[in-house]
Ligand binder design. Structure first.
Ligand code: ARG
Length: 487
């Protein structure tokens, strides 16, 4: 499948080949790349997504080359202006991406030389595509993390609003998906908030390790040019420069770490998705999702399907898969750069796209759900949710907890036989089970009494939920303030 067009005829060492089709690295080759191999090894179809970062990195590199005297100021200016024009071409959809030019780097560099002539050939001085791609992905991932963090915070703000709105709403809390104890809906929403808070923290920590500049590592060993790496880091907003050139061109654990944080975040969203799906079913009927987030059935007219949470639950799988892909990609790779690393981009891109889409949907859908408060309360009275409260009541009146547990177990059996809730058992019935039962016993058998009593830090009482929601709101405002002053 070798190409045999006249343009691609093999060149000899003394005879320069046709410039328009020549590879930027073509000097040592005596025959053109096999057409299939060219397509097989090319990454431009996906890495062109990095064009803005690639151009930013090149412009900083050119500026620095002028600063240290490798380029003249005029040469650097022409390169920078040429790259600006190329960015506009790409943004306008007018750029001619060529598979023969392999990747985003060489497409842009070849176009630069076409536009500004020989001076464009000086851009790649003291640089390799190995440190260039490592720089591009880090810049790209840093921006992606910032976008994800903003969406997480938006969703968290929505959850806090919802938690305050539903601070008094009683619902059954579950363990083993069996009714356990009454909780408040607001408390449940703040549990979701906490999951996301740790996700944001993990991503923020990962960002610090992403934000290191590899440029200067060159192919793998560094470069003899007197590059000012700290200057480039400053121009590109990196926190520092990588300390080992071999590591800098080969390391992708920043991407793995990001993917692990992403997988954890998706795991959290999948848990929330699952609860939303359950709660919208006729059997629970706890909530209603906004119509704009649901779809109907083509055959069953009554259906309103929770497609969005279902999809988010399903998409979690691909993010787990990408984490596994990246771990496997890096497994056993010898130092330094290997072409394998080209395979890091598609999993990473898809992970970010999936996270952004899922968060965007949840941030609008969840805070706008409607709670069916009568149903959640009614469900609470069906599963003996206040049994523990009755045991606690007996303990307060001198019964040992194990004995109290036994008494309440018998009370539950009695209620079950009669088809009633604990609160509906008569005082005499309860007293026949334990002499410690007083006339005030029904006070602790209501769900309202049960939740109100749990007002310690982190408890489910409406008063505590309001307190936690206010504190969460303050923390979110502080993060926003810090982000504002950083820009
Ligand atoms: N397309 C490559 C990648 O994604 C860029 C670096 C290629 N370097 C090389 N020496 N072939 O990793």
């Amino acid at each position: 499948m070798t190409q045999d067009s006249p343009q691609n005829k093999p060149a000899t060492a003394s005879e320069p080949r046709d410039q328009s089709r020549a590879k930027l690295w073509g000097g040592r080759f005596s025959e053109p790349t096999d057409a299939f191999v060219e397509r097989f090894t090319a990454s431009v179809d996906f890495d062109r997504r990095l064009y803005r970062e690639d151009i930013l990195g090149s412009q900083a590199h050119a500026r620095m080359l002028a600063k240290v005297g490798v380029l003249t100021a005029d040469e650097a200016e022409r390169i920078i202006a040429g790259l600006d024009a190329i960015r506009d071409e790409i943004a306008a959809g007018e750029f001619d991406w060529q598979v023969g030019r392999e990747d985003v780097h060489m497409n842009i560099e070849a176009r630069l030389i076409e536009r500004i002539g020989d001076v464009g050939k000086k851009l790649h001085t003291g640089r390799s595509r190995n440190d260039q791609i490592a720089t591009d992905i880090r810049l790209w991932l840093r921006a992606a993390i910032d976008e994800i963090l903003e969406l997480i915070r938006g969703y968290q703000r929505g959850l806090v609003d919802l938690a305050e709105r539903e601070a008094d709403t009683i619902m059954p809390g579950f363990t083993h998906l069996q009714t356990a104890q009454p909780v408040t809906f607001g408390h449940h929403m703040l549990a979701w908030y906490e999951m996301l808070d740790r996700d944001a923290e993990r991503l923020g920590e990962c960002r610090r390790r992403v934000n290191q500049l590899p440029l200067g590592a060159a192919a793998l060993a560094g470069t003899p040019y007197p590059l000012d790496r700290e200057y480039v880091a400053g121009l590109l907003g990196f926190d520092g420069v990588t300390r080992n050139s071999l590591d800098a061109v080969s390391d992708r654990d920043f991407a793995i770490e990001f993917s692990a944080a992403a997988a954890t975040l998706m795991m959290h969203l999948s848990r929330q998705a699952e609860e939303l799906v359950l709660w919208t079913s006729a059997q629970f009927d706890f909530i209603e999702l906004p119509d704009r987030y649901c779809t109907g059935s083509s055959i069953m007219p009554q259906k309103k399907n929770p497609d969005v949470p279902e999809l988010v639950r399903g998409k979690t799988g691909r993010v787990y898969g990408h984490l596994t892909s990246l771990l496997t990609l890096m497994k056993s790779q010898p130092l330094a750069y290997n072409k394998d690393n080209q395979e890091d981009k598609e999993p990473l891109f898809d992970t970010v796209d999936t996270l952004l889409g899922s968060l965007r949907a949840f941030a609008d859908m969840v805070p706008n759900l409607a709670v069916r408060r009568t149903n959640t309360l009614a469900a609470t009275t069906r599963g003996f949710a206040t049994a523990t409260d009755l045991a606690d009541y007996l303990v307060e009146r001198g019964v040992a907890f194990r004995d109290a547990h036994e008494v309440v177990g018998r009370a539950v059996r009695l209620a079950q036989e009669r088809g009633v809730d604990l609160a509906q058992l008569a005082l005499e019935d309860l007293q026949s089970l334990s002499g410690a039962v007083g006339e005030d016993v029904h006070g602790v058998l209501t769900a309202e009494g049960s939740v109100a009593a749990r007002k310690l830090t982190g408890g489910t009482a409406p008063e505590q939920v309001r307190h936690q929601a206010a504190a969460a709101r303050e923390r979110l405002a502080a993060v926003d303030g810090a982000a504002q002053s950083a820009t």
